[in-house]
Design a protein around this ligand. Structure first.
Ligand code: MLT
Length: 286
């Protein structure tokens, strides 16, 4: 029996995960993975727009939102294992995966390691490269600063880079929501995730293996994973479409939700119009 609603709980890998599950049971299922250090609530605008036609699951990555953190060190591979365990527990054989930034790192690794479990992929404001030495050093400095100055200062500094300049005048509510998601994330989770992100492996050299329809979205003013990084993935993923979202920085789904949702809906429509099984998406016929 499927449960639907918000803040549902599921225990896998000895941890309780929190997730939202909306939409018809017999519709194609999309799983949303949030960025760092946010939570499942960042997908509310997409769930609202798509819930009549798709089953939509947004979960909190371990340690984030309302999911348990556990004692282990974090790693992208561990997050992928959680995702697959959640899919197994929910009896989801094959889904469409949508990840933003860190969610995209998890999605790319999941699709590359378990290709049969995914029918289509949406990569938003993410990249396939590993951290440079400079980026790693910045993460270590962030860990130090969180320890010394607390999460409030980290949240203040992070927000400056997450949004497009114009969003500071127009997206007050979204900025406040993102700030409170960061503040809700425990200090230890911030540090453990920063370390995991700094150790993540590149996936660029394996992108040619991705054979499923892929939509790549990027905010035109994304400073963290810029349009150039999206273009690299687009060139390497055979069945990919790239769309740049105007008036948006790193959080394109929140900064320009109408454009983001239009692109998402058009892509999903093309992928699913012939059948709900994704065995042979229409996309592949082009
Ligand atoms: C995110 O939004 O998930 C982070 O910016 C990813 C990162 O720092 O690499």
């Amino acid at each position: 029996m499927r449960n639907s609603g918000e803040n549902l709980q599921l225990t896998v890998n000895n941890l309780t995960f929190s997730y939202n599950d909306a939409g018809p049971s017999d519709a194609p299922t999309i799983i949303f993975i949030h960025g760092f250090p946010f939570n499942k609530s960042m997908w509310a605008g997409q769930v609202d727009a798509l819930k009549d036609r798709y089953r939509l699951i947004a979960y909190d990555v371990r340690g984030h939102g309302d999911s348990d953190a556990g004692q282990e060190d974090f790693a992208i591979e561990l997050f992928v294992n959680d995702l697959l365990s959640l899919m197994d527990a929910l009896k989801l054989d094959r889904v469409i995966l949508c990840g933003l930034s860190m969610g995209g790192y998890i999605a790319l690794n999941a699709v590359l390691h378990y290709p049969k479990r995914f029918g289509a992929l949406i990569l938003s404001d993410t990249q396939c490269t590993a951290d440079t030495a400079e980026a790693k050093e910045k993460r270590m400095k962030a860990i130090e600063s969180i320890r010394e100055n607390g999460v409030e200062k980290y949240a203040e500094e992070s927000v400056k880079n997450l949004f497009a300049p114009e969003s500071f005048a127009t997206k007050e509510k979204e900025i406040a929501a993102i700030k409170s998601m960061i503040l809700k994330t425990p200090e230890q989770v911030l540090s453990k995730t920063l370390l995991a992100l700094s150790k993540r492996k590149e996936t660029c050299s394996n992108l040619y293996k991705i054979k499923i329809p892929t939509l790549i979205l990027v905010g035109e003013a994304d400073k963290i994973t810029p349009p150039a990084a999206a273009r690299v993935m687009h060139e390497k993923i055979q069945h990919s479409v790239l769309s740049t979202i105007a008036h948006a920085g790193h959080l394109s789904n929140l900064e320009h939700p109408t454009e983001f949702n239009d692109q998402l809906q058009a892509f999903l429509h093309r992928c699913t119009e012939k059948s709900f099984s994704f065995q042979k998406p229409v996309w592949m016929d082009r």
